[in-house]
Unconditional design. Structure first.
Length: 272
């Protein structure tokens, strides 16, 4: 993939569920372990709509990237908390529009780094780095990021279904603002996370995920808390919504029911 090689951490504990591997299992992937499947099955007992939610979230990501590339001319993407590679990843969607589109995947899971490097070995316009998504300075100064991303031009910063992994003390809102402050006008912020109007769902899922992942979890939040991430930004139509309602290209999609226990909520904003 070019650039300087960083050491790959191999500290993968297969007995502790990983959010990235759980998401992979929910999407029907194979890069997960028994602990991840067991945790997903328990989570589905608490919130049965979780698989439909995960699928809707993935389709949202693909629609957003395609829309930004075709309608807004975005050619650079920073995908924070990207998770394990699956079908129609950000670089595949963007590079179908323009083969020169540049993508950096960012994740703290060593398995994501290993699998990403294998997938992207022959793609010199895409890379994956292992970093905490809250380490804005480290990400922006990383040699592979500096090699691929031209920060004098607009960039799309993606935070898709990851902010619930960040605890309040790590200030997810502050992270969003730090990233936005480094991008030029015309850049894009894509932000969504798990929310619920039901306090018992917020509390039970947050407790279960924190225990299951040894604390690698933040909090299921309320929609109004996500609204606050967008203050001062130009929110693109159709606004902040449950993600399957963001510019749907088909009515054939997984359904969560009329009153889902939780949803993926957010939207897309342009920086002025």
């Amino acid at each position: 993939m070019g650039g300087e090689e960083e050491p790959v951490s191999h500290s993968v504990d297969v007995n502790v569920p990983s959010v990235a591997r759980m998401y992979d299992w929910l999407l029907g992937g194979t890069d997960n372990y028994a602990a991840d499947e067991d945790a997903c099955l328990q989570l589905l007992r608490i919130v049965p709509t979780t698989r439909a939610l995960a699928l809707n979230n993935r389709l949202f990501l693909q629609r957003v990237v395609h829309t930004l590339a075709t309608e807004y001319g975005i050619r650079q993407f920073l995908d924070h908390g990207s998770g394990l590679p699956t079908q129609d990843n950000v670089h595949q969607v963007a590079q179908r529009v323009d083969s020169d589109a540049r993508v950096v995947y960012i994740d703290n899971d060593p398995l994501v780094l290993a699998h990403g490097r294998t997938l992207l070995d022959q793609n010199d316009r895409t890379t994956v780095i292992q970093a905490e998504m809250t380490d804005t300075d480290g990400i922006f100064e990383h040699p592979d990021v500096r090699r691929l991303i031209e920060f004098k031009a607009p960039v799309a910063a993606l935070f898709v279904s990851v902010l619930h992994c960040i605890p309040d003390e790590d200030d997810p809102a502050g992270m969003i603002e730090r990233v936005a402050s480094r991008l030029v006008p015309g850049s894009i912020m894509v932000v969504c996370q798990l929310v619920s109007e039901h306090r018992h769902i917020r509390d039970s899922v947050t407790e279960f995920m924190a225990q299951s992942t040894n604390g690698s979890w933040g909090r299921v939040r309320e929609p109004r808390e996500v609204d606050a991430y967008f203050i001062g930004k130009e929110i693109l139509e159709p606004g902040l919504v449950e993600v399957s309602r963001w510019r749907p290209d088909t009515e054939v999609r997984p359904r969560q029911g009329r009153d889902p226990e939780w949803i993926e909520y957010g939207g897309v904003a342009r920086l002025r």
